[in-house]
Each structure stands twice: as C-alpha cells, then as structure tokens.
Design a protein around this ligand. Structure first.
Ligand SMILES: Nc1ncnc2c1ncn2[C@@H]1O[C@H](COP(=O)(O)OP(=O)(O)OP(=O)(O)O)[C@@H](O)[C@H]1O
Ligand SMILES: Cc1ncc(C[n+]2csc(CCO)c2C)c(N)n1
Length: 298
C-alpha cells in the first residue's frame, strides 16, 4: 500500500509552510471580532446548541433561508431579546416560514424575498443573496425581484463579487439528503462562486472545503474551538475525486496517502498542531473538525 502514517504527540508544534499556500482561519468567529466581509446564513435546523452569539456578532449580513427565520425567532423567549437579532433577509419558497414570524421581521425591516422556483433549494437562494450583497448590484435586493427565479438572473447580471466568508448555521446532521446537499454545495459553490469561503457550523463540527494544493489551517489555540478534547477529532473526507494526501499536525499524519470513497478514508483522526495544521491534497476534500464549547457560554 502506498503512503505512510506517522503518529504524533497530542501537542505538536507546526510551522507555517514555506511554499505557496492558502491560509484558512475557520475558528476566527470565536474571537468575537468582526471577520471582514462575513455573512451568516441560518438554515432550518436547530440552532440552540450552536455558538450563536459569536456567529452573529462576527458577521455583518444575516440571511435566513426560509424556515431558518422560525429557528431564529423561536430561539428567544421575549421580544426584548428577539429585537436585538433582526436578519437582513429571509429568502426561499416560504413554505416553512410561519406567518407570525414573517409579520414580525417585516415590521422590523427585514427584506422578505420570495423565490418560488422548485429547481433550487432555499439554501442556494440564500447563497445568491449573499453573493449579490458583495456586488455593485446589492441595491437591486431592496427593489422588487421576480419572485420565481429572479435572484439567479440578478447574480448573472453582476458577475464580479468581492471575496467573502459565509458561516452557515446548521444544514448538517439532519435529513440525510439535505446534509448531502450541504456537502455538495461546498463543491458546487467553489465552481460557481469561487469568491465565497463557506464554513458550516453544526452542533459538533466545523466543516469546510480544503482545496487542491497546500492549506495551512491556523488558530490561536485548540482551546479556542474545543475545550473538551486535547486532540479534537478530525476527518479528511474525499467526497469528490480520489486524492493523494500529506498532512502535518494531525494525530495520524499521512504522507503521500491515497484516499477515496470506497477505499482508505482518514476518519477519527485528530488535531495535534498547537496553533495550526497543514493539509496538502491533490484535489478538493472536505474537512471536519470537532468543536465544543462550554455549555452556557455565549
Ligand atoms: N432536516 C434538514 N437537515 C439539514 N438541512 C436542512 C434540513 N431542513 C432544512 N435544511 C436546510 O435549511 C434550508 C431551508 O429549509 P426549509 O425547511 O425552510 O425549506 P424546505 O422547503 O424544506 O427546503 P428546500 O426547499 O430548500 O429543500 C434548506 O434549503 C436546507 O439547506
Ligand atoms: C432533478 C430534480 N430533483 C429534485 C427536484 C426537487 N427540488 C429540488 S430543489 C427544490 C426546492 C425545494 O424547496 C425541489 C422541490 C428537482 N426540481 N429536480
């Protein structure tokens, strides 16, 4: 079998790579500082166990995909709390949006954008809003938009979009086709909107695409995203093509290791790197890192 696996100590100091690389800082939202150009997309899955306040305060545009607005609304027990968290947009076919929720956010100034097409998911529609907000066409979102598929046309009209980060609350771990759709969007948005960097935040994991090439995943400390496990669990998941992987800073570092669905896949690996780890991959893969935060901490 090709490739080598090397077991590392629980804490392993990793230097930033010398060669040309991409740096990702997926855990920055925990620092409560605004991540430049970040948006929050709230999907229709439970949000109670997410680090919600950090996600909210690190983003400047907040978009609910249809029933995601219900999740936001019912997260709060009274209007005094609720009115501090007003989304900018609610978008989708609106078959899940509760009437009292729609009324409330409309009164508070949220733009409600019906998009009735049944050839795109509400999540995809939310991504289109996020993209448009980073183009010169953002003002069009505040004018009437064709309510079937108008967003897709607008997105095509304004091609250039500035790079930005999208944190996605939920979308993983619920219905299996929806979960797979979320994973698929990591690949399809890279092709269609390469300027977006998507990070899914689930109850248990941070999930993101690591593109072909060398990526340095950087953080101040493992404690920032996981206070329970000194070696947070991690998976290197080749949902796309067969890949050849080399890593530095994982509990089970691999070198020239061939990985594909149906053969070897590195699951139940762990993060050893004290302030970062490096993944070198011949094609795009998905990485999940186990997160945990102290219960009760905002
Ligand atoms: N059970 C689930 N598991 C994972 N993600 C979900 C689940 N339900 C909804 N989502 C995500 O939340 C988004 C909004 O969902 P909502 O239930 O409001 O609309 P829907 O009409 O059921 O979904 P869609 O029309 O997008 O298929 C979906 O597009 C999807 O990304
Ligand atoms: C080949 C194909 N498969 C499934 C759907 C159904 N679908 C996909 S997204 C969506 C919107 C849900 O709000 C619906 C119903 C389709 N149109 N085409």
């Amino acid at each position: 079998m090709s490739g080598v696996v090397v077991e590392r100590p629980d804490d392993y100091v990793v230097e930033e790579p010398q060669k040309n690389h991409l740096t990702l800082e997926p855990f920055n939202f925990y620092t409560n500082q605004l991540v430049q150009k970040a948006v929050l997309i709230i999907l229709n899955t439970p949000i109670e166990k997410l680090p919600f306040h950090q996600l909210w305060s690190c983003t400047s545009v907040r978009i609910c995909a249809d029933g995601g607005a219900n999740r936001l609304y019912y997260r709060f027990i009274n209007d005094q709390e609720r009115e501090r968290y007003i989304p900018d947009f609610i978008v989708g076919d609106l078959d899940s949006l509760r009437e009292e929720v729609r009324q409330y956010y409309l009164l508070k100034g949220t733009v409600v954008l019906p998009q009735y097409t049944q050839y795109a998911t509400d999540f995809m529609k939310a991504i289109e809003v996020a993209v448009l907000m980073h183009t010169s066409g953002k003002d069009d979102l505040y004018k009437p938009v064709d309510d079937d598929n108008g967003l897709s046309h607008l997105v095509k009209k304004y091609e250039q979009s500035e790079p930005f980060t999208a944190y996605v609350a939920g979308g993983i771990g619920g219905r299996f086709d929806q979960t797979f759709h979320s994973i698929n969007l990591l690949y399809s948005t890279k092709a269609e909107f390469p300027q977006i960097r998507i990070f899914f935040v689930s109850d248990t994991d941070l999930i993101f695409l690591v593109p072909e090439g060398t990526t340095y995943v950087k953080y101040a400390s493992k404690k920032l995203f996981n206070q329970h496990d000194p070696v947070p669990k991690l998976g290197l998941l080749p949902f796309g093509k067969r890949v050849v992987l080399s890593t530095v800073g994982l509990k089970y570092d691999v070198q020239d290791w061939v990985s594909e669905v149906g053969a070897n896949v590195s699951t139940s690996n762990g993060v050893s790197g004290t302030t970062g780890f490096v993944v070198d991959t011949s094609d795009d893969i998905v990485v999940n890192v186990e997160i945990s935060h102290v219960v009760g901490q905002v």
